[in-house]
Design a binder for this molecule. Structure first.
Ligand code: FMN
Length: 257
């Protein structure tokens, strides 16, 4: 196939993908899902109590303090492990901010301290923590701030369709109520481990991803680790800092029955 016909084919695939997804999202908007309440001014910090039970499509504001994570649950680690599966079909239902906070805490939340260093739920070589998590919601894109378990808005646009296109048109990405994007800043690990820091960081992405899989399972949610995407496109769509390279995308939602 010549270059121009390859380009045409890619263009058509992209168009078909957008049309299919747009039709799907229209159904979601018109169906059971509520539009954003838009509570909180653009500068507001929303308190835990008010926010916990809100659905993730109802949040707005530049900074959101997430509810305190739960450290006990109904599902045993063995049950979560034995039920864990990659699932790509999500119900058209949003989950709560409490559940979103719980997923982020499982991925990167602070769980301890040693000699003044805050330690996180997932292990990290030298406790250097080269990873960040971005949250792609219908109401915008937020960055997870580990130090105070909060979200900071970096965009108020719905980027899910563009994210799906950047991920080789994997349709379940825009169909999920939320996508968690795990990024790496290799330099934070390489400062100590030099080239080996790259290996350590990639291994760490797997640790984080597995924590999120298991936490999702325990909350009755499902997810899949997605590694197939164009790094540059994902970075551009989400307007990520240059040094934050995406490693995994994890769409999360309630499973379709
Ligand atoms: C690093 C990595 C990248 C992956 N990338 C994708 C992907 O791009 N798209 C996808 O649908 N699944 C992806 N998967 C999920 C695998 O397909 C899945 O884990 C595998 O089929 C085993 O199924 P299970 O997770 O249900 O046990 C990825 C998994 C890993 C660990």
């Amino acid at each position: 196939m010549g270059n121009s016909s390859k380009r045409l084919k890619a263009k058509l695939t992209r168009r078909r993908f957008i049309a299919r997804i747009a039709a799907g999202l229209a159904t979601i908007q018109a169906g059971s899902l509520l539009p954003s309440f838009g509570f909180g001014s653009s500068k507001s910090v929303i308190g835990q109590q008010a926010l916990s039970d809100r659905k993730i499509n109802e949040i707005s504001g530049e900074k959101i303090i997430l509810p305190r994570p739960e450290i006990s649950g109904e599902v045993s680690i063995e049950q979560a492990l034995s039920h864990r599966r990659s699932r790509r079909k999500y119900a058209q239902e949003y989950f709560t901010v409490r559940e979103l906070g719980q997923l982020l805490w499982a991925g990167q939340g602070i769980t301890g301290e040693d000699q003044g260093i805050k330690l996180r739920a997932a292990p990290s070589a030298g406790a250097l923590y080269p990873m960040d998590i971005y949250v792609v919601l219908p109401v915008g894109v937020y960055s997870y701030i580990v130090s105070n378990h909060s979200l900071e808005r970096i965009s108020s646009k719905d980027k899910r369709i563009q994210l799906g296109i950047a991920a080789l048109a994997q349709e379940f990405i825009p169909a999920a109520p939320v996508n968690l994007v795990i990024t790496v800043e290799y330099e934070r690990s390489m400062i100590k481990y030099e080239q080996r820091g790259v290996r350590y960081s990639i291994i760490e992405a797997g640790n984080i991803s597995q924590n999120i899989y298991l936490q999702a399972e325990s909350l009755g949610l499902v997810t899949v680790a997605v590694g197939a995407f164009y790094d540059d496109q994902v970075q551009k769509v989400l307007d990520l800092p240059k040094r934050h390279r995406p490693l995994l995308i994890m769409p999360v939602g309630y499973p379709l029955p």
